[in-house]
Design a protein around this ligand. Structure first.
Ligand code: ZN
Length: 278
Protein backbone atom coordinates (compact mmCIF):
# COMPACT_ATOMS: atom_id res chain seq x y z
CA UNK A 1 0.00 0.00 0.00
CA UNK A 2 2.69 2.45 1.01
CA UNK A 3 4.72 1.94 -2.12
CA UNK A 4 2.04 3.33 -4.35
CA UNK A 5 2.28 6.77 -2.81
CA UNK A 6 5.94 7.05 -3.74
CA UNK A 7 5.49 7.50 -7.44
CA UNK A 8 3.89 10.93 -7.20
CA UNK A 9 6.87 12.89 -6.02
CA UNK A 10 7.71 14.72 -9.24
CA UNK A 11 4.58 16.73 -9.96
CA UNK A 12 4.51 19.08 -7.00
CA UNK A 13 8.15 19.99 -7.46
CA UNK A 14 7.00 21.54 -10.69
CA UNK A 15 4.13 23.32 -9.01
CA UNK A 16 6.20 24.74 -6.16
CA UNK A 17 9.02 25.88 -8.40
CA UNK A 18 6.66 27.18 -11.01
CA UNK A 19 6.60 30.81 -10.13
CA UNK A 20 9.96 32.30 -10.77
CA UNK A 21 10.14 35.73 -9.16
CA UNK A 22 9.81 37.43 -12.54
CA UNK A 23 6.66 35.53 -13.27
CA UNK A 24 5.25 36.20 -9.82
CA UNK A 25 5.80 39.93 -10.29
CA UNK A 26 4.08 39.70 -13.58
CA UNK A 27 0.86 38.31 -12.17
CA UNK A 28 0.78 39.89 -8.78
CA UNK A 29 -2.57 39.73 -7.01
CA UNK A 30 -3.50 42.80 -4.96
CA UNK A 31 -3.02 40.77 -1.76
CA UNK A 32 0.71 40.63 -2.45
CA UNK A 33 1.27 44.34 -2.98
CA UNK A 34 4.07 45.65 -0.76
CA UNK A 35 5.78 42.29 -0.31
CA UNK A 36 9.31 41.53 -1.45
CA UNK A 37 9.85 39.06 -4.31
CA UNK A 38 10.94 36.44 -1.85
CA UNK A 39 7.87 36.99 0.31
CA UNK A 40 5.59 36.87 -2.72
CA UNK A 41 7.08 33.52 -3.67
CA UNK A 42 6.55 32.33 -0.11
CA UNK A 43 2.89 33.34 -0.35
CA UNK A 44 2.42 31.45 -3.63
CA UNK A 45 3.93 28.31 -2.14
CA UNK A 46 1.66 28.72 0.86
CA UNK A 47 -1.39 29.05 -1.41
CA UNK A 48 -0.41 25.96 -3.45
CA UNK A 49 0.45 23.91 -0.37
CA UNK A 50 -2.88 24.72 1.25
CA UNK A 51 -4.75 24.00 -1.99
CA UNK A 52 -3.13 20.57 -2.15
CA UNK A 53 -4.08 19.87 1.46
CA UNK A 54 -7.68 21.01 0.87
CA UNK A 55 -8.01 18.92 -2.31
CA UNK A 56 -6.81 15.83 -0.42
CA UNK A 57 -9.25 16.65 2.40
CA UNK A 58 -12.18 16.79 -0.06
CA UNK A 59 -10.88 13.64 -1.75
CA UNK A 60 -11.16 11.98 1.67
CA UNK A 61 -14.87 12.88 1.81
CA UNK A 62 -15.16 11.49 -1.72
CA UNK A 63 -13.54 8.14 -0.82
CA UNK A 64 -15.77 7.78 2.23
CA UNK A 65 -18.93 8.35 0.21
CA UNK A 66 -17.82 6.37 -2.87
CA UNK A 67 -16.77 3.27 -0.97
CA UNK A 68 -19.32 3.70 1.81
CA UNK A 69 -16.50 3.53 4.37
CA UNK A 70 -17.26 3.43 8.08
CA UNK A 71 -16.22 6.54 9.99
CA UNK A 72 -15.62 6.19 13.71
CA UNK A 73 -15.48 9.68 15.13
CA UNK A 74 -15.77 12.95 13.31
CA UNK A 75 -15.48 12.79 9.55
CA UNK A 76 -13.79 16.21 9.33
CA UNK A 77 -10.98 15.07 11.63
CA UNK A 78 -10.76 11.74 9.80
CA UNK A 79 -10.27 13.35 6.38
CA UNK A 80 -7.77 15.90 7.72
CA UNK A 81 -5.80 12.88 8.92
CA UNK A 82 -6.12 11.12 5.56
CA UNK A 83 -4.93 14.22 3.74
CA UNK A 84 -1.92 14.42 6.06
CA UNK A 85 -1.10 10.72 5.67
CA UNK A 86 -1.37 10.74 1.87
CA UNK A 87 1.02 13.68 1.74
CA UNK A 88 3.45 12.24 4.32
CA UNK A 89 3.56 8.84 2.65
CA UNK A 90 4.57 10.44 -0.61
CA UNK A 91 7.98 10.69 1.09
CA UNK A 92 8.95 13.84 -0.74
CA UNK A 93 10.11 16.88 1.15
CA UNK A 94 8.37 19.22 -1.28
CA UNK A 95 5.06 17.79 -0.15
CA UNK A 96 6.09 18.12 3.50
CA UNK A 97 5.99 21.87 3.02
CA UNK A 98 2.32 21.57 2.08
CA UNK A 99 1.64 20.17 5.55
CA UNK A 100 3.59 22.92 7.25
CA UNK A 101 1.55 25.38 5.16
CA UNK A 102 -1.73 23.73 6.12
CA UNK A 103 -0.97 23.72 9.85
CA UNK A 104 0.35 27.30 9.68
CA UNK A 105 -2.84 28.42 7.99
CA UNK A 106 -4.89 27.03 10.89
CA UNK A 107 -2.63 28.76 13.42
CA UNK A 108 -2.93 32.03 11.49
CA UNK A 109 -6.71 31.70 11.13
CA UNK A 110 -7.03 30.98 14.85
CA UNK A 111 -4.85 33.95 15.76
CA UNK A 112 -6.80 36.25 13.40
CA UNK A 113 -10.11 35.09 14.92
CA UNK A 114 -8.81 35.64 18.45
CA UNK A 115 -7.50 39.10 17.52
CA UNK A 116 -10.90 39.96 16.07
CA UNK A 117 -12.49 38.90 19.38
CA UNK A 118 -14.46 36.02 17.82
CA UNK A 119 -15.93 33.51 20.23
CA UNK A 120 -15.10 29.84 19.81
CA UNK A 121 -17.81 28.00 17.94
CA UNK A 122 -18.02 24.74 19.87
CA UNK A 123 -20.94 23.32 17.86
CA UNK A 124 -19.11 23.44 14.54
CA UNK A 125 -18.42 20.10 12.84
CA UNK A 126 -14.80 21.16 12.41
CA UNK A 127 -12.44 21.27 15.37
CA UNK A 128 -11.29 24.75 16.37
CA UNK A 129 -8.46 26.01 14.18
CA UNK A 130 -5.55 25.37 16.54
CA UNK A 131 -6.74 21.83 17.20
CA UNK A 132 -6.72 21.12 13.49
CA UNK A 133 -3.21 22.55 13.27
CA UNK A 134 -1.89 20.47 16.18
CA UNK A 135 -3.56 17.32 14.83
CA UNK A 136 -1.62 17.72 11.56
CA UNK A 137 1.62 18.50 13.40
CA UNK A 138 1.19 15.48 15.69
CA UNK A 139 0.84 13.13 12.70
CA UNK A 140 3.91 14.72 11.07
CA UNK A 141 5.91 14.19 14.24
CA UNK A 142 4.61 10.63 14.61
CA UNK A 143 5.65 9.85 11.06
CA UNK A 144 9.12 11.37 11.20
CA UNK A 145 10.43 12.87 14.42
CA UNK A 146 13.83 13.54 12.89
CA UNK A 147 12.45 15.80 10.15
CA UNK A 148 9.68 17.52 12.07
CA UNK A 149 10.96 17.49 15.66
CA UNK A 150 12.21 21.06 15.36
CA UNK A 151 8.92 22.71 14.35
CA UNK A 152 7.79 25.46 16.74
CA UNK A 153 4.43 23.77 17.16
CA UNK A 154 6.18 20.54 18.24
CA UNK A 155 8.21 22.43 20.82
CA UNK A 156 4.94 23.78 22.25
CA UNK A 157 3.73 20.26 22.97
CA UNK A 158 4.44 18.56 26.28
CA UNK A 159 6.63 15.44 26.13
CA UNK A 160 3.75 12.99 26.85
CA UNK A 161 1.77 14.37 23.93
CA UNK A 162 4.77 14.07 21.63
CA UNK A 163 5.25 10.44 22.58
CA UNK A 164 1.61 9.64 21.93
CA UNK A 165 1.92 11.09 18.41
CA UNK A 166 4.06 8.13 17.28
CA UNK A 167 1.37 5.69 18.31
CA UNK A 168 -1.36 7.95 16.93
CA UNK A 169 0.29 8.05 13.53
CA UNK A 170 0.68 4.29 13.36
CA UNK A 171 -2.90 3.68 14.42
CA UNK A 172 -4.41 6.28 12.09
CA UNK A 173 -2.31 5.34 9.06
CA UNK A 174 -2.89 1.61 9.44
CA UNK A 175 -6.65 2.14 9.92
CA UNK A 176 -6.84 4.15 6.71
CA UNK A 177 -4.63 1.73 4.78
CA UNK A 178 -6.74 -1.22 5.86
CA UNK A 179 -9.97 0.53 4.80
CA UNK A 180 -8.63 1.65 1.42
CA UNK A 181 -6.56 -1.37 0.39
CA UNK A 182 -9.46 -3.24 -1.31
CA UNK A 183 -10.08 -0.28 -3.62
CA UNK A 184 -6.54 0.30 -4.85
CA UNK A 185 -6.17 0.36 -8.60
CA UNK A 186 -3.72 -2.17 -10.03
CA UNK A 187 -3.43 -0.55 -13.44
CA UNK A 188 -5.01 1.97 -15.78
CA UNK A 189 -6.56 5.32 -14.97
CA UNK A 190 -9.78 6.62 -13.49
CA UNK A 191 -11.91 8.64 -15.92
CA UNK A 192 -11.43 12.19 -14.63
CA UNK A 193 -12.61 15.56 -15.88
CA UNK A 194 -10.47 18.55 -14.95
CA UNK A 195 -11.78 22.11 -15.24
CA UNK A 196 -10.21 25.42 -14.29
CA UNK A 197 -13.18 27.68 -14.80
CA UNK A 198 -12.53 31.06 -16.38
CA UNK A 199 -13.58 33.93 -14.14
CA UNK A 200 -14.36 37.50 -15.07
CA UNK A 201 -13.28 39.05 -11.75
CA UNK A 202 -9.65 40.11 -12.25
CA UNK A 203 -8.85 39.66 -8.55
CA UNK A 204 -9.68 35.94 -8.85
CA UNK A 205 -8.51 35.42 -12.45
CA UNK A 206 -4.91 35.73 -11.29
CA UNK A 207 -5.44 32.73 -8.99
CA UNK A 208 -7.23 30.77 -11.72
CA UNK A 209 -4.22 31.21 -13.96
CA UNK A 210 -1.68 30.35 -11.27
CA UNK A 211 -3.51 27.15 -10.31
CA UNK A 212 -3.87 26.12 -13.95
CA UNK A 213 -0.19 26.67 -14.60
CA UNK A 214 0.78 24.82 -11.45
CA UNK A 215 -1.43 21.89 -12.48
CA UNK A 216 -2.90 21.49 -9.00
CA UNK A 217 -5.89 19.47 -10.22
CA UNK A 218 -3.71 17.22 -12.37
CA UNK A 219 -1.71 16.54 -9.22
CA UNK A 220 -4.87 15.68 -7.27
CA UNK A 221 -5.90 13.33 -10.09
CA UNK A 222 -2.58 11.49 -9.87
CA UNK A 223 -2.47 11.39 -6.08
CA UNK A 224 -6.02 10.23 -5.50
CA UNK A 225 -8.18 9.52 -8.54
CA UNK A 226 -5.72 7.27 -10.39
CA UNK A 227 -4.81 5.43 -7.22
CA UNK A 228 -8.28 3.98 -6.67
CA UNK A 229 -10.87 2.11 -8.67
CA UNK A 230 -13.53 4.76 -9.16
CA UNK A 231 -15.55 3.12 -11.92
CA UNK A 232 -17.92 5.99 -12.53
CA UNK A 233 -15.13 8.53 -12.69
CA UNK A 234 -15.00 11.88 -10.92
CA UNK A 235 -14.59 15.53 -11.79
CA UNK A 236 -12.19 18.06 -10.26
CA UNK A 237 -12.95 21.71 -10.73
CA UNK A 238 -11.60 25.04 -9.63
CA UNK A 239 -14.15 27.80 -9.77
CA UNK A 240 -15.47 30.94 -8.15
CA UNK A 241 -18.13 30.10 -5.53
CA UNK A 242 -18.69 33.46 -3.85
CA UNK A 243 -17.07 32.15 -0.65
CA UNK A 244 -13.68 30.75 0.37
CA UNK A 245 -14.50 27.04 0.49
CA UNK A 246 -14.18 23.61 -1.10
CA UNK A 247 -16.70 20.80 -1.55
CA UNK A 248 -17.29 17.20 -2.56
CA UNK A 249 -20.69 16.85 -4.24
CA UNK A 250 -21.65 13.15 -4.37
CA UNK A 251 -24.54 13.72 -6.82
CA UNK A 252 -22.45 15.63 -9.32
CA UNK A 253 -19.44 13.46 -8.45
CA UNK A 254 -17.36 16.63 -8.33
CA UNK A 255 -14.64 17.96 -6.06
CA UNK A 256 -14.71 21.77 -6.22
CA UNK A 257 -12.10 24.19 -4.96
CA UNK A 258 -13.10 27.87 -4.83
CA UNK A 259 -10.57 30.46 -6.05
CA UNK A 260 -11.72 32.58 -3.11
CA UNK A 261 -10.00 30.11 -0.79
CA UNK A 262 -6.69 30.66 -2.57
CA UNK A 263 -7.21 34.38 -2.21
CA UNK A 264 -7.98 33.99 1.50
CA UNK A 265 -4.80 31.98 2.09
CA UNK A 266 -2.75 34.60 0.24
CA UNK A 267 -4.32 37.35 2.34
CA UNK A 268 -3.69 35.45 5.55
CA UNK A 269 0.05 35.01 5.01
CA UNK A 270 0.56 38.40 3.32
CA UNK A 271 -0.99 40.18 6.31
CA UNK A 272 1.14 38.17 8.70
CA UNK A 273 4.33 39.02 6.78
CA UNK A 274 3.41 42.72 6.64
CA UNK A 275 2.67 42.89 10.38
CA UNK A 276 5.91 41.14 11.13
CA UNK A 277 7.83 43.83 9.26
CA UNK A 278 6.27 46.67 11.27
ZN1 ZN B 1 -14.49 18.59 5.10
Amino acid sequence: MRAYFLKFAAAFVMAAGLLSPAKAQDKMPAELAGLSEEQAEEVWEFVFGNALFVLMHEAGHMLISEFDLPVLGREEDAVDALSTIVILESDDTVYDNALIDASDSWFLTGAAAAAAGDDFVFWDEHSVEEQRAYAIVCLMLGHDAETFGGLDAVEDMPEERRERCVWEYQQTASSWFRLLEPYLRESGETPVTITYEEVSQPDLAVYAEAFREAGLLELAKELIADAFVLEKGIAFQMTSCGEPNAFWDPEERTISYCYELGQLHAQLLAEYLMNQAQ
